[in-house]
Design a protein around this ligand. Sequence first.
Ligand code: GP9
Ligand code: MN
Length: 424
Amino acid sequence: SSDDITEVENYTKSKFAQPNPEYFGKAKGKNIIKIHLESFQTFLIDYKLHGEEVTPFLNSLVRDSDYTYFDNFFHQTEQGKTADAELIMDNSLYGLPQGSAFVTKGNNTYQALPAILHQQGYTSAVLHGDYKSFWNRDEIYKEFGVDEFFDASYYNMSDENVIGYGLKDKPFFEESIPMLKSLKQPFYAHLMSVTHHHPYLIDEEDATIAPAETGDPSVDRYFQTARYLDEALEQFINDLKAEGLYEDSVILLYGDHYGISDNHNRAMQELLGEEITSLKHAELQRVPLMIRVPGVKGQGVNHEYAGQIDVVPTLLHLQGIKAQDYILMGTDLFSKDHKAYVPFRNGDFMTEKFSKVDGVYYDNATKEKIEEPTEEMKKVNDSVMRDLQLSDKVMYGDLLRFYTPNDSWTPVDPKQYVYGKQER
Ligand code: GP9
Ligand code: MN
């Protein structure tokens, strides 16, 4: 009911983090190019296999003075995997404890980033080399207000172009360039790679690094598909530059979720040279976040503890849009008031100094279990529970139906959107 949404609104307003004036409005009117790094975990950054960098291009972005790289950024997904990452990163609401909200809450009302940006004159697009109905995208994107969905039907899906779940990353990024050029500017474009996906299949001619040698085949290939993605990205960034689409665009790269589950701890142990305890496994849930804002110097490596939930308020403030008008569970990464705790969907969490993993508190420095949590730990735990509980209330109750962000808000009309090439 509208009482319930008032409770949520009071909460999100109370945890609102004031924007940092050095960043507020700096990306107003700029194109936003958001790049999904499928199954990409942070441990790959600067990792060397057989004495070689696995992802030299992404490593170079970490050192590029235009970029800010968050090395303590975590995914917060559950069973919805990619779809959870998309939901969280476009809505600053959590996925559900079970199943995929994309599927079960695909007809809820949302006030998602594409719709918010639409109010500022933006066109939004998702580009992805799989078919539109996967994860129910073709339904929920309408609720998000995604203007164009370039799914597999727009790409050359011939046999030699496809492996695993869909189109190979190199042809995907290459064929995406004219689609980006066709968009009315400013645009918010979300490009989703897919080759670096379990079980990490790769054609021999695409493999430019030898597999690892743990004897666990999917783990061993994980490095080869990561290298392939890295090469595809380098090509894409070069193409954006050549087409004049790079210079004045925000570039954001993120990992959606882990690629190596805890079924592969033996192999991971061998690769990382340390035991994969429950705490270590939680620490491995880091995924990269890199952001480049034209005209703003990068910070190099930013060590703030943060999660996918924080991306929407960050982007809104870069646009000069007041994030407190919206129901958002995260806080702006560039704000000095950013809330530096990372809830996981099961109620565990991560902070710089301590964490809760499988319900047990740990001291991150000593790696020891903590029998009696401190007041500070209990406070973080309460905030985590509240975030998840109120987000669930919004999702299960479809509460954004009852919420009007501001006077100029026009609710999204899902009937206005049609996706897929054949139907046009
Ligand atoms: C498929 C792709 C994979 O379209 O996004 O989704 P995932 O299995 O990672 O959730
Ligand atoms: Mn995924």
